[in-house]
Design a protein around this ligand. Structure first.
Ligand code: RUB
Length: 309
């Protein structure tokens, strides 16, 4: 297995590369790199090596379907190639296309979502989502006066990345602890969060605590928007598969010796927000209701692909 595949998988696992969009692009580019360096000529061997590279990357983190979709988009059509040269070129072209479209989607989501921010609005965001930040930064760059409350997002504290990014863009930003969400929600006009996975019935899987923001927003009658590229829609959920919620180590929550031996630590890092808490999903194809996710996926995949499953 190439070092780049192992290296990228390790970087995703230890979260040096993180965020659903970024891990999908990094995985896809790692496959392109693998294809670029491939020197063998045996097609069967190439396909099996490519498949194990894909599996190694997929095993790095289990929750974000963006990784699965990105890797599958990267290897699409490779089995029909006549030789390893053609197959490698296809993998490279697929990866470049996926990456470019993925970055373009984040920009489009920014333009669409920014229309939901009025001059003088205060918004809240959670964790660190490129898609959600694209919305906020676009609104700011259009000259709107927008204030942001950003959650710390324990235990990994991705909120610190968010406040640095927003501050650098010149946005008026306030960091809050996760447990301040309900108190602060009274001052908020809209919530914008990202997505790791959207199920076929429109539920959102995102950073742990997202569902608490949604609940507090509903209670305070604050709009709750999900910013999600369509490659975060999960085809597997159409066939009844459940989304695996990643659990990470106790070391992210407590240091050695900080709690008595025998006390257990539970660290799930994503949660599920039911559809009834979501006002709209902002995608590169436009704003849609959670109820439109299934139809959109069927159109994107083609009904024939679904029946073949
Ligand atoms: C990141 C997270 C982000 C989504 C969307 O979790 O939950 O909200 O991945 O991000 P982690 P983006 O830090 O554990 O990866 O919009 O950048 O794809």
């Amino acid at each position: 297995m190439s070092n780049d595949i192992e290296g990228t998988a390790a970087a995703i696992r230890d979260m040096s590369i993180r965020g659903a969009g970024k891990i999908a692009r990094a995985g896809s580019m790692a496959l392109a790199d693998f294809a670029r360096r491939y020197s063998g000529t045996d097609m069967e061997r190439f396909l099996s090596d490519l498949d194990s590279a894909k599996r190694t990357l997929l095993e790095s983190r289990p929750t974000a379907v963006s990784l699965w979709n990105g890797l599958h988009a990267t290897v699409r059509g490779v089995e029909e190639c006549r030789d390893t040269g053609e197959a490698a070129s296809l993998v490279i072209a697929n990866a470049e296309r996926f990456s470019a479209q993925s970055l373009e989607a984040v920009e489009t989501i920014g333009r669409i979502g920014a229309k939901r921010i009025r001059d003088g609005d205060t918004v809240m965001t959670h964790c660190n989502s490129s898609a959600a930040l694209s919305v906020i930064k676009t609104a700011h760059s259009q000259g709107k006066d927008v204030k942001v409350f950003a959650t710390e997002s324990r235990p990994w504290r991705q909120g610190l990345l968010t406040v640095r990014d927003l501050h650098q863009a010149g946005v008026d930003t306030t960091l809050i602890i996760d447990s301040a969400v309900r108190t602060v929600m009274k001052r908020v006009d809209a919530v914008f969060v990202g997505a790791d996975t959207i199920t076929s019935h429109g539920a959102l899987i995102n950073k742990i605590g997202t569902s608490q923001l949604a609940l507090a927003a509903k209670e305070a009658r604050v709009q709750f928007y999900v910013c999600s590229e369509t490659y975060k829609f999960s085809p597997m959920t159409i066939f009844g598969d459940m989304v695996t919620i990643e659990e990470r180590g106790s070391g992210e929550m407590v240091r050695e010796g900080e709690i008595p031996e025998g006390v257990k630590v539970f660290n799930p890092v994503f949660d599920s927000t039911p559809t009834e808490y979501i006002d709209a999903i902002i995608t590169e194809l436009g704003m849609m209701s959670p109820g439109s996710v299934y139809g959109t996926m069927v159109r994107m995949l083609g009904e024939r692909a679904l029946r073949a499953e």
